[in-house]
Write a protein that binds this ligand. Structure first.
Ligand code: MV4
Length: 451
């Protein structure tokens, strides 16, 4: 087991990893930018090192600076969290070449599943259903138009190096396909340094269901049930839950088995998520693999009682997977709401600044993962998520009631937050009935002009 770990991240996930390490008697080294000097997680770490300026490129994305901190602090491994360098194969490689453990998959696996077109090819080879689409990247307009004719519009243009909705364009006919192709390639070149794109038939009225997996370096892998992440706004997840209110046990078993086949064919180890779409006829389609721990890993922790971060650390240290599939039980119902410092009355524009009062909710079945406190100033430089509120109860109805009570109890004075918006969603009939799909937010909360 590792003696000392550096957390190459900030905010609530840095705090989450520090807590996991403390319970494993592992010393922690936290890094921070100048904008995070008053962050709560720094007070919980054994050692703290400032790695640079507020801008992510000069701190949390600065590989030489993070590696230097790791060398100075003499750590044995780095936990990348999510975002930033978590799915950067080059960073994982640099760790490897510096004999520093990387708490995640191998650089090769990160690179292969990180190329969404290659991941599709692996899914096909593993007999995992994929959406009808192009056979690998499309070379030019002619090929794109021909493929689109074969599979039928509407078509989604996706960046091979994208993911999470970035670089995606929807086309409903040949002219919009040609325009969308150029736009997607330009955006992908700038954002990812790779302009290759592939096509998929757009699956409308779909639900976004992802399977959490854990795998060791000897090839033993288990699934930890699913998370339904269909409540999203512009590809940002807002509410996640487990189990999904809308899939049968038969469909669940098929998706979990498919997720394990993806793990096997990609030589995946550590924690990961296999993402699927489910259409309104209960057909499921592979979308992508997320080679990192996700924001919403906490939903699965509450649902199964398994500490995913501690499992990541154990697996990265070379321990075999000790949890057997038959021991994994998804109990009760878990719902998570992401709390963002954004103003729902102003098109969700970020609302950073001083938190005058911060009083998180508590009580039966409530968990709050947040790095905020009264007097903390939310910096403007990073993602607007300031915490996660989770509830775990025996039934979905009870979980919704507890979540509503907890959201109303949450006091955050100063910055605007999405709490009122979340309260509205939790009260909406389509959400409460569990019949919603990924178009829910757009359909119920987006002015026609902004659709
Ligand atoms: C799709 C899709 C429909 N058809 N692919 C979104 C980002 C990444 N996780 C995959 N995503 C999707 N891929 C096909 N062929 C629907 C989504 C999707 C989505 C798309 C638009 C708006 C919101 C969405 C929420 C979840 C999934």
């Amino acid at each position: 087991m590792f003696r000392r770990i550096l957390i190459a991240n900030r905010g609530e996930i840095a705090q989450r990893v520090i807590r996991a390490c403390q319970e494993l008697d592992i010393e922690t080294v936290a890094v921070y930018s100048e904008a995070d000097a008053d962050a709560l997680y720094l007070r919980q770490a054994d050692e703290t090192i400032c790695i640079g300026k507020a801008a992510s490129a000069q701190s949390y994305l600065d590989i030489p600076s993070i590696i230097s901190a790791a060398e100075i602090a003499d750590v044995e491994a780095i936990h990348p969290g999510y975002g930033f360098l978590a799915e950067n194969a080059h960073f994982a490689e640099v760790c490897q070449s510096c004999q520093i453990g990387f708490i995640g998959p191998s650089p090769e696996t990160i690179a292969s599943v990180g190329n969404k077109a290659k991941a599709r090819d692996m899914a096909i080879a593993a007999k995992v259903p994929v959406v009808p689409g192009s056979d690998g990247p499309v070379k030019d307009e002619e090929e794109a138009v021909r493929v689109a004719q074969e599979i039928g519009y509407p078509i989604l243009i996706k960046a091979s190096s994208g993911g999470g909705g970035r670089g995606m364009r929807l086309a409903s006919n040949a002219p919009s396909l040609k325009a969308g192709l150029r736009a997607a390639q330009t955006e992908a070149k700038i954002a990812f340094g790779d302009d290759t794109v592939y096509l998929e038939k757009f699956v409308g009225r779909s639900r976004h269901i992802e399977i959490q997996i854990l795998a060791d370096k000897e090839g033993h892998a288990i699934y930890l049930g699913e998370r339904d992440c269909s409540i999203q706004r512009r590809h940002q997840k807002l509410i996640e839950e487990s189990p999904s209110p809308s899939i049968s046990n038969k469909l669940r078993d098929k998706m979990c088995a498919a997720a394990l086949r993806m793990v096997k064919i990609s030589d995946y180890y550590n924690a990961g998520t296999v993402e699927f779409l489910v259409d309104h006829e209960d057909n499921f389609f592979f979308i992508e693999v997320n080679a990192r721990v996700q924001v919403e890993h906490t939903v699965t922790e509450m649902a199964t009682g398994i500490d995913i971060i501690q499992q990541q650390i154990r697996l990265a240290s070379g321990e075999p997977l000790k949890i057997r599939q038959k021991d994994v039980q998804v109990r009760g119902h878990t719902i998570e709401c992401r709390i963002n410092a954004e103003d729902p009355t102003k098109d969700f524009q970020p609302s950073p600044g001083l938190i005058e009062t911060f009083i998180p909710p508590g009580g039966f079945g409530v968990r709050v993962d947040s790095h905020c406190y009264s007097g903390y100033t939310i910096p403007a430089h990073y993602d607007s998520m300031i915490g996660k509120l989770l509830v775990h109860r025996n039934t979905r109805e009870e979980a919704i009631a507890t979540m509503l009570r907890a959201l109303k109890e949450f006091v955050i004075k100063g910055p605007k937050t999405t709490i009122p918006f979340l309260i509205d969603i939790l009260g909406h009939a389509d959400f409460r009935s569990g019949t919603h799909d990924t178009s829910f937010v757009e359909r119920h909360y987006t002015q026609p002009s902004k659709r």
